[in-house]
Design a protein around this ligand. Structure first.
Ligand SMILES: Nc1ncnc2c1ncn2[C@@H]1O[C@H](COP(=O)(O)OP(=O)(O)OP(=O)(O)O)[C@@H](O)[C@H]1O
Ligand SMILES: [Mg+2]
Length: 305
């Protein structure tokens, strides 16, 4: 697991995500109605609050009262104390009343934040509210950039209802630009789904992207449990697939030894191989890859000299 990670607090998720969210990033939770997006956002908030962190929760749908009531129902009634102590700030905004550029979401967050570097939640992120038609990508990109400077954000993105009926996949995001832009701009995207047959493994989560990180690429079942919230059920095999393996370390050491005859490019290559060693999750022997890389890097070195 890497340092500089923000634990999500979602049981079973962090070990599939190289240790969690990266600090000062935008992490989108994408899914249809009732999949557990708000539960995810609240669980992320509560996990931080329990560890002395500050949270700002910007809500475009539910009032503070509704949020606290939902928390109480799932078994998180104690979250109310954090509001009273000032560690959790819930800001309720009516999306339809606000239009770009009059609403500056980052200004609101900056002004109402209960402390530096908070966990930030925006639920849901009603993106058409925030930027003009003409300059969608640029404006949204600026908003995200500003948010990154403020803290580590969980942004809830609602999957349109017609996309949910469309084979139940996130396929539509590729054709719907308005929807796809926030996903492209996010550092991490988690896709939550509920097939709705009422079976044990109907709810699934997929890590669609997680920049700068080795992550699980499976589809992981989860359930929502009273008191706990979201709990993932990755199999031992699935977890093993994302765990670094040390059993091939001697291969990497030998390869690094060979770079020493290659001058400056060799030094650069040694750093790359060391990074590969630390992140090697496969059961497959890396020898073939190492030989290939050494051969090609050596070739260009010989050509130059
Ligand atoms: N205590 C609980 N035990 C089991 N399941 C629960 C519990 N509380 C909530 N749920 C499930 O979570 C669902 C709602 O989750 P949540 O509000 O987080 O979803 P959402 O994705 O934010 O939905 P929306 O699209 O309405 O914003 C409920 O429909 C229910 O299936
Ligand atoms: Mg919700």
């Amino acid at each position: 697991m890497k340092t500089g990670r923000i634990l999500t607090g979602i049981y079973g998720l962090d070990k599939l995500m190289d240790g969690g969210f990266r600090e000062n990033t935008i992490n989108s939770i994408y899914g249809g109605p009732g999949v557990g997006k708000t539960t995810f956002a609240l669980q992320y908030s509560l996990f931080g609050l329990d560890r002395g962190e500050k949270v700002i929760f910007v809500s475009f749908e539910m009032s503070e009262r509704q949020i606290l009531r939902d928390c109480k129902d799932i078994g998180w009634g104690a979250i109310k104390d954090y509001v009273e102590e000032g560690d959790l700030k819930i800001v309720h905004i009516f999306g339809e009343d606000l239009e770009f550029p009059s609403l500056d979401i980052t200004e609101i967050i900056k002004k109402s934040s209960p402390g530096p570097n908070p966990r930030i939640v925006i639920d849901p992120f009603t993106y058409p509210t925030f930027y003009s038609d003409k300059e969608k990508r640029k404006s949204l990109s600026t908003i995200f950039q500003d948010l990154r400077a403020l803290g580590t954000s969980v942004v809830v993105l609602e999957e349109p209802a017609d996309s949910a009926t469309n084979c139940g996949g996130p396929g539509d995001i590729h054709t719907n630009r308005l929807l796809s832009t926030p996903l492209y701009l996010s550092d991490t995207v988690l896709f939550l789904q509920n097939l709705g047959f009422g079976e044990m493994y109907d709810r699934t989560i997929r890590i669609m992207k997680h920049r700068g990180s080795k992550h699980g690429e499976g589809i992981y079942p989860y359930s929502i449990e009273s008191g706990l919230g979201i709990v993932l059920r990755a199999s031992k095999k699935q977890i093993d697939r994302v765990m670094s393996k040390t059993k091939f370390d001697d291969r990497f050491v030998q390869a690094i030894e060979k770079t020493k005859t290659m001058g400056k490019p060799g030094e650069k290559l040694a750093v790359k191989i060391e990074s590969l060693r630390k992140n090697w999750v496969l059961d497959e022997d890396p020898q073939q890859i190492l030989d290939l890389v050494l051969e090609e890097e050596k070739k260009s070195y010989e050509n130059k000299s």
